[in-house]
Ligand binder design. Structure first.
Ligand code: NAD
Ligand code: MN
Length: 358
């Protein structure tokens, strides 16, 4: 039997609740498939660990994660610790050293879900946002000088390398090639940011020639927000910087129904390091501990993880069960207008996988 090693890092807040749900569903879908087994090890890293040890994860964390086939992640962030400490100490501390440079964020209006856009139904909103995930605005370059004094200076320097820009653009072009619409939009802000962003445009004009079957266009990031709202059918795959795609993909999640639905994959396409799969949402301080988080973002992320580790039929079965749930008239979680708990949603989806809901 095929065996895959999964490292679960639930982290903080509702990350713990939705990863627990995701692991139950993964176990059910593996049993349904019958051809593979998941060996899951859970690492209790995050803010509780930080308050005990002074770090979000142990010194040897990366060495311990390296042998796994994939990482299943929840969220980093807790009201007891500043956000930049939790984010840099856990999520970014895994993404950057493992060179997970391609952050893939699908958004699709699932059957049965009513999004906020008028006259936009399933099939009208089916996007993949590809986010550069290792450099740019979140490279971590910068500093603070004269700290605490009136003349204090704070600098965050965007770092764009030609190699980094080229590899993410090639990844997005190749992804667009696999989709029916074969369309890619390059998003930059090269009118105002005249160095790194213009380099993005220049590199794009060269690399896109290697993908002649992909139709391309270019947009400035501010204009892209209006296009997403006013003309969603014109968008297929989007490639953008770390910051721009971070913002655009939260908008995309909201337009497809809820932040609680959207998944993401942090890929090291060369498979030199394990890739990481997580819902795009954070710890949701306002609802954490109540058992009412929507697990669909974590479940859709688990589906992407199954595809990545080479289990496409299990991935398809899981996605079909998610869509059967969104399409049916069962009680929905709070963010989708209902009162269902995380456990109830999870149980319904497992029931579909096991063939109990007919
Ligand atoms: P958030 O995603 O945690 O919450 C935004 C809003 O969406 C909240 O109202 C929340 O209740 C709702 N929401 C999010 N996920 C939901 C779900 N599954 N079901 C139902 N409702 C859901 O974003 P935030 O409030 O900006 O951040 C809170 C904390 O999470 C911060 O510490 C932040 O740094 C962290 N965060 C971490 C990650 C990550 O680790 N990848 C991502 C985003 C935010
Ligand atoms: Mn974000």
């Amino acid at each position: 039997m095929r065996e895959h090693r999964i490292a679960a890092v639930p982290g903080d807040g509702i990350g713990q609740e939705v990863v627990r749900a995701g692991l139950e569903v993964l176990e059910a879908v593996a049993a349904w498939d019958g051809g593979f087994r998941l060996r899951v090890e859970t690492f209790p890293w995050g803010t509780d660990y930080y308050l005990d040890h002074g770090r979000m994860m142990p010194v040897d964390a990366l060495a311990r994660l390296k042998p796994f086939d994939a990482i299943y992640f929840g969220s980093a962030g807790d009201p007891r610790v500043a956000d930049h400490i939790s984010l840099w100490g856990l999520r970014l501390a895994i993404c950057q050293p493992f060179d997970q440079y391609a952050n893939v964020r699908p958004s699709r209006l699932l059957t049965g879900i009513v999004g906020p856009l008028r006259d936009v139904g399933p099939g009208d909103l089916d996007w993949v946002i590809v986010r550069e995930n290792t450099e740019g605005e979140y490279a971590g370059a910068g500093g603070r000088v004269h700290r605490g004094h009136p003349e204090e200076v704070g600098l965050d320097v965007s770092v764009f390398t030609r190699a980094g820009v080229e590899r993410i653009q090639r990844f997005a072009l190749a992804l667009a090639q696999t989709r029916p619409a074969k369309h890619l939009t390059l998003v930059t802000k090269s009118n105002a940011q005249r160095h790194g962003m213009v380099m993005w445009d220049d590199v794009f004009e060269i690399v896109r020639l290697d993908y002649p079957d992909v139709e391309t266009d270019r947009m400035l990031v501010d204009a892209m927000t209006t296009r997403m709202v006013l003309d969603p059918r014109s968008i297929d795959v989007v490639v953008a910087t770390n910051l721009h795609a971070d913002v655009l993909s939260d908008l995309a999640a909201a337009l497809s129904g809820s932040m609680g639905i959207a998944p993401t994959a942090n890929l090291n396409p060369e498979r030199k390091y394990p890739s990481m799969f997580e819902p795009i949402h954070g710890s949701a301080f306002d609802i954490m501990g109540q058992g009412i988080a929507n697990p669909i973002g974590a479940l859709w992320s688990a589906k992407m993880m199954l595809e990545h580790i080479g289990e496409p039929s299990a991935a398809a079965a899981l996605m079909a069960a998610i869509e059967a749930y969104t399409a049916c008239d069962a009680n929905k979680p709070r963010d989708l207008g209902g009162t269902a708990t995380t456990a109830e949603v999870t149980e319904t989806i497992i029931g579909t996988i096991e063939g109990r809901n007919v």
